[in-house]
Write a protein that binds this ligand. Sequence first.
Ligand code: NIG
Ligand code: FE
Length: 425
Amino acid sequence: MKAELYIRHIGQLLTCRPVDGKLPLTGSAMNRLEIIENGAIACQGNEIVAVGTTAEVDRQIDLVNRAVIIDADYQVVSPGLVDPHTHPVFAKTREDEFEMRNMGKSYMEIAQAGGGIRNSTRVLRETSKDTLYDNSVKYLDLFLQYGTTTIEAKSGYGLTTKDEIKQLEVIQMLSENHALDLIPTFLGAHEIPDEYREDKTAYVDLIINEMIPMVAERNLAVFSDIFCEKGVFELEESEKIQTAAKEHGLELKFHADEIVNLEGAQLAARLGAVSADHLVYISDTGIAAMAEAGTMAVMLPGTSFYLDLRDYAPARKIIEAGVPLALSTDFNPGSSVTVSLQIIMTLAGNKLKMTANEIINAVTINSACALKQEKNIGSIEIGKKADIVVWNAENIRQLPYFYGINQVDKTIKNGRIVYDSQGTK
Ligand code: NIG
Ligand code: FE
């Protein structure tokens, strides 16, 4: 079989393919991960065409003229990382708020005083599509450098029909033109904008009657998300908005139980959401409801870390209850300003008490499931996209162990090397 790209002598090839075929991975299956020693992967076009030991794949393939051959030097290779929760399109950074928090103000205090998401909204409305596009490209480049090959990307800084559409169009343009793939999510229910502070119902109606139908009609989003939180969108409002989104064919995600427990997880489960995210203050009933419904938990320990909160989501309880878990950066200009799933891996180890196998499954195959992309990405299997990371690491446990340094040697997206730590592109 023909191959244009061949990676061989992989010390540990982490395939992340489900050992018993069941997805998403839950419970003890999250801790199982197939490792091929001295492995090899062959790719043709943007697809993986052979996987096995170096000896096996050597025999199977026929390298085309000028094929790219990578000797992995017995290091680790994994699927391209998948980040299932990000807010990457924004007009301006918010370092002033970081300092305000360090001087004692809380995230919610800053938000209620008109900062936070509303601050980002005011600036985004004044910013052109081209500028937003250019601003985002530098972050998308960084995602690739840090080993991420697909992200979910939310709107939520426009908060008018026109500006939400503008943000989703930028996401679409980025996905079309940039090597990174972006899966779009509508987040018009991210905050109540300045002009509706005295009339929240009118804003909820605007989302339901105007934004959702238009976003759905123009096919600008796969998911609808909401900041279901005390003082933002309460349970009843969240239910109305997400029910409307579902009726328009959007899949559901929730920011749930992030700052206080509102039992948002149960609502997500009841409405058949694909995932409920954050869940720092999820209750036992919330966990049980998610397990029953098969709603995935997306954990974002970078947010607790960056907001310097004492609490982290109860990942162990969630895994033990059989809720499938994925990990994400929550990259956004306010509560988590990192594109690195590598630092999230470290936090998942020491704050969420997850094992290396669980962590790697949670940033690959399970995060692909959280985006309903498990047929295309998230594991090294024949027929899947050639999205691959060659690491500067000798074994899987070194991935969460090192922190704050980029361990990526090469990122391969759609069969092409898009980042090389040696500098060649
Ligand atoms: O996931 N909680 C709401 N949304 C984001 C923060 C967005 C922002 O602060 O700009 C989050 O934490
Ligand atoms: Fe978020």
